[in-house]
Ligand binder design. Structure first.
Ligand SMILES: CC(C)(COP(=O)(O)OP(=O)(O)OC[C@H]1O[C@@H](n2cnc3c(N)ncnc32)[C@H](O)[C@@H]1OP(=O)(O)O)[C@@H](O)C(=O)NCCC(=O)NCCS
Length: 169
């Protein structure tokens, strides 16, 4: 059974420059074409960009377990990046981060959330579908490294009723 006790000490906090080293490690372990440091630095300085980390305590030390980056432009939001450190996957961390994000977007009155996901990335697609995202289209050859198609997914926030953090364990 998946151990979700880790969620009890999960803290979601704004990403800062001090988190960059941990974030870059996770990014490199998570994507075939990881974002370079300069892109994270740009996001941290971009007022339209929102970035949060999910932190846990490991060996008495707070570490970044996952992060999310999303833009809000008028009433539309776009999730640009989300990843969980491989060591901490399958424990509900990304789901918590997304639930936090959807609640945040509800508070700032965004109406729709969009994202792209690789056609082959079934774990992420399942995660998004669990939260109510629907496939709305395909961008052919969207990913530069292998010309893989992107599935475009969207969620209308008005369709989302009460969302709560999961604290199983
Ligand atoms: C996708 C990713 C962010 C999920 O992170 P996570 O913290 O392990 O996810 P959670 O534990 O919150 O899982 C939530 C749901 O996602 C789905 N899921 C997660 N990992 C899965 C896997 N390996 N296979 C199938 N479904 C999976 C399940 O529906 C799961 O819900 P369940 O446990 O109730 O079945 C993580 O696998 C990751 O970092 N992947 C590499 C980066 C990436 O692909 N990012 C998304 C880009 S669009």
């Amino acid at each position: 059974m998946t151990d979700t006790s880790i969620l009890k000490n999960l803290k979601i906090l704004p990403m800062t420059f001090d988190d960059l080293e941990d974030v870059l490690k996770i990014e490199k372990l998570s994507f075939p074409s990881p974002w370079p440091k300069s892109q994270f630095v740009r996001e941290i300085g971009n007022p339209f960009s929102n970035k949060f980390t999910a932190k846990i305590v490991q060996d008495g030390k707070e570490v970044v377990a996952a992060y999310i980056i999303f833009w809000v432009l008028a009433d539309e939001a776009h999730i640009l990046n989300i990843a969980t450190h491989p060591e901490f996957r399958w424990r509900g961390i990304a789901k918590n981060l997304l639930v936090f994000t959807l609640n945040y977007l509800g508070e700032v009155r965004a109406r729709e959330v969009f994202l792209e996901v690789r056609k082959s990335n079934t774990p992420a697609q399942r995660l998004y579908k669990d939260l109510g995202f629907k496939e709305i289209g395909v961008r052919k050859g969207y990913y530069g490294n292998n010309k893989e198609d992107a599935i475009v997914m969207a969620l209308t926030l008005a369709d989302v009723s009460l969302i709560d953090f999961e604290e199983e364990g």
